[in-house]
Each structure stands twice: as C-alpha cells, then as structure tokens.
Design a protein around this ligand. Structure first.
Ligand code: FHN
Length: 480
C-alpha cells in the first residue's frame, strides 16, 4: 500500500511538473530525467517515410519550395495516388544496425526517428491504421522495432517523432494548405487552390470524411499508445506542428505519458498549454539572450530538406556542421542533425561523409562537447564551452580564428591550474594580469577544423542555473 501511495505521489509530482512549470524551478525529478540528454549534446534526426519515393520530384517537376517530405501537400498529390505510391515502398537495403552504428561513430548519443510524419504513414505496425509499413507495403518489416532493437544493442537512446495533428492520409487529420507556385506540376492547380481555400486546407475530399476529433481518438492517440507501450526504452517523444489540438486532447496524451515519467518531451505537443521539457529552435542557432536558463535543442538539416531530395545541392560543409555543434554546446543546447534516407533505406553518401568527418573530430575533441554547459562567454575568436568537475571547472576554448600574433586573449578572472592543447595534452605558456589571460599558441599547428585549448581552473565555479521560461517559444516553420 505504501509503495502504491509513493508511486502515485511521484506520478503526481511528475505530471504536475509538466503542466505547472514556473519561472524558477527545475525540480530534482526533472533534472534527473534530463541529465543524459543535457550531457549528450548531439543526436541524429531521421526523416523517413514514403515521401522519399518522390525524392522531391513530382511528374518530372522539382518541388522548389519546402522540404521534400511535404511533397504530397505542396504538389497537392491526390489521396489515392499518394497511397498507391506508398504501397510500393520497399526499402530492401534498410539496415537499422548500420544506421545506429553510423550515428554512434559520428559521436551521436541519441536518435529521433519519424514514426509518422504529416503524410500519415506509420513506419511501424499499427492496429489503428492499415496505412503502415507492415500492413501496406511489400516490405512488411516494422522499422521502428528494428531501430529500437539496434539502439538497445548499441546503447543509443531512441526518440520518436510523431505528427499528432497533421495527417494527410488518415481522414480527419489536419491538412494545412501550403502553396507552391514554382514549377508546380499539377495541371488542376487553380481548381485545387479553390478547393483548399474552401476546405480548411484539404486538397482531396477523402481527407475530410471524418472530423479531427475522430482522427485524434481513433488514430493519433492509439498510435501514441502503441509507440509508448511497444518499443520499450523510448527516451524522447518529439511532437510536431502543435496547431489545432485541443486542451482536452493534449491532456489525454499527457495522461498517457505520465505512465512513463522518464520520457522527455519537446515543446510541440500543444502551445501554449504544454511547455514540454525543452525548446526547439529549428534550423537556427539562437542568441545567448534568447535561451538563457532553458534546455533547448536546435534541429537542422544536413542539406536543405528534412526528407530525401534526389536533387539535393545544398549540403552543409563538415566544417560548418562541426562549428554549429560547438556554438550550440557553448550556448547550452543540443544539436539534432537531420538526414533523409533514400527509397532503399540508405543515407545518401554525401550525408554519410559529413557524419564521418564529424565523428573524426568528436573522437579527439569530444571532451569539449559532451557533458558541458553554457559558458556565458563570447570570445571574439570563437566559442567556449564549460565543464564542472567535482572540484574544479574547465573551460574549452574552441578557436575558429587563429590569432595572427599567436597569442590568444581570454578573459578569466579566476585562478588557473593548467592550460594545454586538448588533443595532445601539450602544456601552453600563459600570462595573466587583471583577469586577462594571454595564451601563447605560437608553436601549435592549428587543426584544420577547430583547435581546442583546455583551461583548467583551480576552483569550481557556481553552477549555471536553469529555470523554465515558459513564455519563450521558437517558431515552428510549418505550423500554420
Ligand atoms: O513540417 C515539419 C517539417 O517537415 C519537419 O518535420 C520539421 C522538423 O522540425 N518540423 C515541421 C516544421 O516545423
């Protein structure tokens, strides 16, 4: 009896937490559940579904606006046509272990996978909708299950993305109309535009044969329950486009989640009522002043689209990706870097190459990233992360711009124990006067990506306080 009461009390504390955050507290419970995530710093986002079969091309026209995962909406592909295409999805080269190992080698500590994106196709066996990889395609394998198993095997945390409101192929789901004037291949564009304007964004009458409430209680909530109960060890639930969901519907999801108090959720289930555990700036690195004291994660494409785009030509450089990660860590955030596997289930070679470069740098410099906190310092020559050890604090100076005179200035009003190059341990000479350090790096050959100088202090600094700023939200690009 005592056990049950304790259990109920902790559930109450946890669910209470998620709803009733104030500006000052991050409770011990929340700290506990967030710790692995805060330390992780780097994760792999995977956008994958039958939209990859189009690769951003419809009837010979390149989809020139929006992510390739939006092709059904942007090109107003009819309901039956899209479903017929999805029924041919057969990614025979998909290998969950290979993908998990690729992420691990890149230095990533968690994966967030699109179990169902806005097109409504479930990448797992679902009893709520036949429109899923097992029941609807010749492939018949449960991709979420295979990923979950591989994550368990290789000690990778698994996060599940689920589009709870938008759903274009399960009738009643939200259909947010998006236009694409550039090279739109659909000859009936004017007629369809007229239809969408009158039908709440839907472009096919089939999408409106049920109400949103029907969709929510017959598809979304049951599928969320399936995901939570079936795949064990789910570490993160990543919701998206919070528009339209009612308070009652969100409450029902939260009630379900309260059975899994260790699960971290993002801030996109329902705004403004459900704050979630962390903020989600998209495709951008926020300024220090915008993320003071909060947990946050930047999700960003490795190219220009979340879903696979066969004609991708805007790959970010490895240098850019690594420096993004450093900048994000220096400001206290996580980096969720996105890739989009192709129709056969393979991550494009260009993306793989960048993941390898990232892994190589992390292999020798990861100490400056994992387990660090925001430094609240903004040096002119680069970025600085900070780590608190039991008895002292260390700063990691990540030098983007090598000083021409070989002297690195660093404002440091603390007593210093040691200064060295992170990768080699080579000690460096320095002077310190009136809180201004001058580190001599003349003899160092700079790393082609970023050299890290480790400054160990004699003492431990006061911890950086995290509060919860419920008012601060970052725009969800496709919310409206
Ligand atoms: O519409 C989606 C988009 O396709 C992608 O999934 C991103 C990832 O953050 N979320 C939405 C846009 O904010």
């Amino acid at each position: 009896m005592k056990k049950i009461l304790l259990c109920l009390l902790s559930l109450h504390l946890i669910t209470g937490n998620l709803y009733a955050r104030d500006n000052t507290r991050v409770s011990a419970i929340s700290d506990n559940k967030m710790q692995w995530w805060r330390d992780a710093k780097l994760g792999l986002f995977i956008h994958w579904g039958p939209y990859c079969l189009y690769g951003g091309v419809y009837n010979g026209f390149q989809q020139r606006r929006g992510g390739a995962e939006w092709i059904m909406n942007r090109c107003k592909i009819p309901y039956r046509e899209y479903r017929a295409k999805a029924s041919t999805f057969n990614p025979v080269n998909f290998n969950a272990e290979k993908i998990v190992c690729m992420a691990k080698d890149a230095g990533m500590k968690y994966i967030v996978f699109t179990t169902k994106h806005h097109d409504g196709f479930a990448m797992f066996k679902s009893n709520a909708s036949r429109f899923n990889i097992v029941d609807y395609t010749p492939f018949k394998r449960d991709i979420v299950d295979e990923l979950a198993q591989a994550c368990r095997k290789y000690d990778m945390k698994l996060g599940l993305y689920y589009s709870q409101t938008q759903d274009w192929c399960n009738p009643g789901g939200l259909t947010i109309r998006k236009l694409m004037k550039e090279g739109w291949a659909n000859p009936d564009s004017l007629e369809i535009d007229d239809f969408t304007a009158k039908h709440g964004g839907a472009w096919d009458a089939q999408q409106q044969t049920r109400t949103f409430n029907d969709y929510f209680y017959n598809i979304a909530l049951p599928q969320i329950k399936e995901l939570l109960s079936r795949y064990r060890d789910v570490a993160v639930m990543w919701f998206d486009t919070p528009a339209s969901i009612s308070k009652k519907q969100a409450d029902d999801v939260m009630a379900e989640l309260s059975r899994y108090p260790h699960i971290i959720i993002n801030d996109r289930l329902k705004r403004p009522d459900v704050y979630g555990d962390y903020k989600t700036p998209e495709g951008l690195i926020p300024k220090n002043k915008d993320i003071e004291g909060v947990d946050w994660e930047t999700c960003m494409n490795i190219g220009s689209s979340w879903g696979y785009k066969s004609w991708e030509n805007q790959w970010k450089s490895s240098l850019q990706i690594i420096r993004n990660l450093i900048t994000i860590a220096a400001r206290g955030g996580n980096y969720l870097l996105n890739v989009g596997p192709d129709p056969l289930g393979v991550i494009p070679e260009e993306a793989q190459e960048r993941l390898r470069d990232l892994g190589k740098w992390m292999q020798s410099n990861g100490e400056a990233i994992y387990g660090t906190t925001r430094s609240q310092l903004t040096p002119a020559w680069g970025e600085c992360t900070r780590k608190d050890f039991p008895k002292h604090t260390t700063y990691y100076l990540c030098v983007f711009q090598w000083p021409e005179n070989g002297i690195l200035p660093f404002e440091c009003p603390h007593k210093v124990k040691n200064v060295s190059v992170l990768t080699t341990g080579k000690p460096l000479k320095y002077t310190i006067q009136d809180g201004q350090m001058r580190i001599n790096i003349k003899e160092i050959t700079p790393d082609s990506v970023t050299t890290v100088i480790k400054v160990e202090l004699k003492t431990k600094l006061a911890p950086v306080k995290l509060s919860y700023n419920a008012d601060k939200n970052f725009k969800v690009t496709d919310e409206n």
